[in-house]
Write a protein that binds this ligand. Structure first.
Ligand code: SAM
Length: 329
């Protein structure tokens, strides 16, 4: 069992395979994109597989592939297929914007992916364009239906942004009426890629819940799965469910079981820290597996208590220039 210095079990790795994305969500990165990492700065698939193998041996049993957009990286299915064969890995999943995903759904099902997080901030094609700066709404919806057709669990991730998509909260809740999807509303976080000012989540989890309860007063709390970052609810009679994720308020750190690895191989113990170890450098310096595992253990033994403590320790504090795309949101 892998434990951190606060006695929390670490079981879940989020691995960002690229910083590149085919959308330009205004809250994630500037319109012109980021200073993309060069090929040499990115971990290779072999390096990713090696570190995942080590982590699974140490106690990680769930890996989520994220980015950037995973399907923008060439041959991503090769990495997913190799990871799906790791002995000891119980769950392999991914987070995608759904633009290029639909053609791969049958293969995802075949390699054992049971759940996919699909990012979708609105059900209105015009607002989708305004938020993402790309005209791809139809492709995302195709991906959602393709996933459901293949019986893959769909969790829709919706970032709630004042003045942008709060009118979508109720239509998205209504999506759960007929479809067995879980729509998860997420507080906006300061990782917008250009350090523009951020004054906290104007729509925090309490306000999001109140908005839904005003329309659906019979909304019911349902049990939260172990390590869930969402408060989960259901409207009686609906086939799907609703989640609210206090990503900025950080109410869930006490049970945090997750670590992140960025596309350039930086280990993050917390979304809000600025990296605690570069694993790619260790591998390229020729370090043995034993030595890498030792370094990982040292890192896991110095995890901050919560996201507020991690944020205080950032060298770059308090102006975040990071994009969620480089840290595996
Ligand atoms: N491209 C994939 C996708 O769109 O799902 C994976 C990477 S994306 C960075 C992962 C998630 O982070 C998306 O659901 C996105 O909406 C969310 N995200 C990005 N920037 C965010 C921010 N500033 N606050 C909250 N969530 C953010």
């Amino acid at each position: 069992m892998l434990l951190d210095n606060h006695g929390r079990r670490i079981t879940y790795l989020r691995l960002a395979v690229t910083d590149k994305c085919n959308l330009r969500c205004f809250y994630c990165m500037p319109e012109e994109g980021l200073n993309w990492l060069s090929r040499n700065e990115l971990m290779t698939y072999e390096e990713m597989l090696r570190v995942c193998e080590l982590l699974v041996k140490m106690g990680i049993d769930k890996i989520r592939i994220t980015g950037g957009e995973p399907f923008v990286r060439k041959d991503i299915m090769q990495l997913l297929t190799a990871l799906s064969k790791l002995d000891g890995l119980k769950e392999l999943s991914l987070t995608t914007n759904g633009v290029l995903t639909a053609p791969h759904v049958a293969e995802l099902k075949a390699i054992g992916v049971r759940s996919v997080n699909l990012s979708l901030d609105t059900l209105d094609a015009g607002r989708f364009f305004a938020i993402t700066r790309r005209d791809e709404f139809a492709n995302v919806m195709d991906t959602m239906h393709e996933l459901l057709k293949h019986d893959i669990e769909v969790k829709i991730n919706t970032v709630v942004m004042a003045g942008k998509n709060t009118q979508d909260i109720i239509p998205l809740v209504e999506l759960t009426k007929e479809l067995p999807v879980s729509v998860r509303f997420i507080e906006e976080m300061p990782f917008n890629g250009d350090g523009h000012s951020y004054s906290g989540a104007l729509w925090d989890y309490v306000r999001i819940f109140d908005e839904i309860r005003n329309v659906y007063p019979d909304i019911q709390k349902i049990p939260d799965p172990l390590y869930s970052t969402a408060y989960n609810y259901q409207i009686p009679g609906h086939s799907g469910s609703i989640g609210i994720i206090a990503a900025y308020s950080r109410t869930f750190c006490g049970t945090c079981n997750r670590i992140r690895i960025t596309p350039q191989g930086t280990l993050k113990n917390c979304l809000y820290d600025d990296g605690v170890l570069n694993i790619k450098d260790l591998m390229r310096d020729g370090k043995s597996n034993t030595s890498i595992v030792d370094s990982l253990r040292v890192a896991f033994n110095s995890r901050e208590k919560d996201g507020w403590a991690a944020e205080r320790k950032r060298k770059e504090n308090p102006n975040f220039h990071e994009s969620m795309a480089t840290i595996g949101g």
